[in-house]
Design a protein around this ligand. Sequence first.
Ligand code: HEM
Length: 511
Amino acid sequence: MAVVFGLSALGITAATIFVVLLIFLICQPIREYILKWIEMKPIPGLEGAYPIVGNALNFKSNAADFFCQVIEGTDKFRHLPLLKIWVGPMPFIALYHAETVELVLNNPRHMDKSYSYRFLHPWLGTGLLTSTGEKWRRRRKMLTPTFHFSILAEFLEVMNEQAEILIKKLEKHAGQGPFDCFRFITLCALDIICETAMGKKIDAQHNSDSEYVQSVYKMSDIITRRQRAPWFWPDFIYNLLGEGKEHTKRLKILHSFTESVIRERTEHTDNTESDGESDRGTKKRRAFLDMLLRATDEDGNYLSQSDIKEEVDTFMFEGHDTTAASMNWALHLLGSHQEIQRKVLQELTEVFGASQRTVNTDDLRKLRYLECVIKESLRLFPSVPLFARNICEECQINGFKVPKGVNAIIIPYALHRDPRYFPDPEEFRPERFLPEHSAGRHPYAFIPFSAGLRNCIGQRFAMMEEKVILAWVLRNFHVESFQKREDLRPLGDLILRPEQGIWIRLQKRVH
Ligand code: HEM
């Protein structure tokens, strides 16, 4: 009897432990969620946050309306150092003050990307943009030399060539009515990144219907829609009820294209590595891909084919929509501020005279006012309007305790409109970026390329491309805008784009 009793007591104890453990395992995420909800209570937040769905029910589904909502929120709460938003069960804190942004971006402990970047993984893998920890550190070290100034200077040839094609395309519209220039500029930027990243000419400017070109755009849209809809975050629901099928189809097109280019280039590189000459004896143009094929880490290891694919896909994604959007916004702003366009033209005339020659590195250095115009455009319309980090360790932000695991969203669009650093923030004034006016400004008040260790690796490439293309366009045409600020309705997807494009009228300049 005693034995029976002993056994059953043991059995009961084991069963109890098992049940408690099970409840604990199942309940752990719920427990953490409730704990975070309580811990974060003191942080000021958006109204209308409900358990589990958070603020998501209040989010507008249209991308432009949603972005408007974000910006209205940051305007209304500009006086607050941080703002809490629940996206489904995920807590976010929005940051748009230079001082609080610095606390996060300048802290090597918060370098990991937030949960929402997970939706980029199927396309970009864990390349430089999306990787974390040691993998990111090694990759960044390996890739940094590929963006050296001397290598970028080699890309000038491609940029000039594509700019000349763009001018020919735009010429057809000169002297005609207003037209949307967004696609023209974007295709030019796409041609530039394809040739510089992969060494592959896709001639998107003449062939915009290509499956690859279409898929690059479609994929960005699909990803942002999913990021805003927490109910589509689980893969099985997304595949069953969401856009899972379209996502898979586009992914296949994108990946098979990069895979085939890498294969082709690998064979070609082996043949010509010794002298940098192609089989026809002409000088071979270097591409980022060639450098990736030869790069080694600290232990002398080469990147695998799939490592290379994720980096090439990342360059393709980060490296053209961003510059294209920024050039388009700049054209809109110049077309609505004729006195500023005149100043740019004066600088261009001083540097180039009436010549239609290509832009060289010396010219780039001299185009200082144009650089201020690009920066001021990026201030008002930062191509990446928001980005996010994971708070990897509990921290204090302006006296508020922020628990580990919270996502911090940095909103350059709102940050760049802080009247303490940019008086009359909505005014387009490139002079703000002249050295005498920017000295002493908080280093985190203007961060279109992010800041700190995880800043944009391509920023010099971007500034170079924008200067080359804008110099070509403005030397050739007088630009006039046809939209008011309030008509633009920026879509704050992954990239900041105007809802209806950029409508301008061009007049050919007489030299
Ligand atoms: C106007 C143009 C551009 C803007 C405004 C821009 C902006 C940014 C921003 C804000 C980030 C940080 C994103 C985050 O933390 O999630 C970033 C990262 C990055 N950008 Fe850019 N970018 C531009 C052009 C480019 C170009 C041309 C390339 C490549 C050729 C590039 C490659 C990258 C990469 C690889 C990263 C990840 C860096 C890392 O985490 O180590 N970007 N960019």
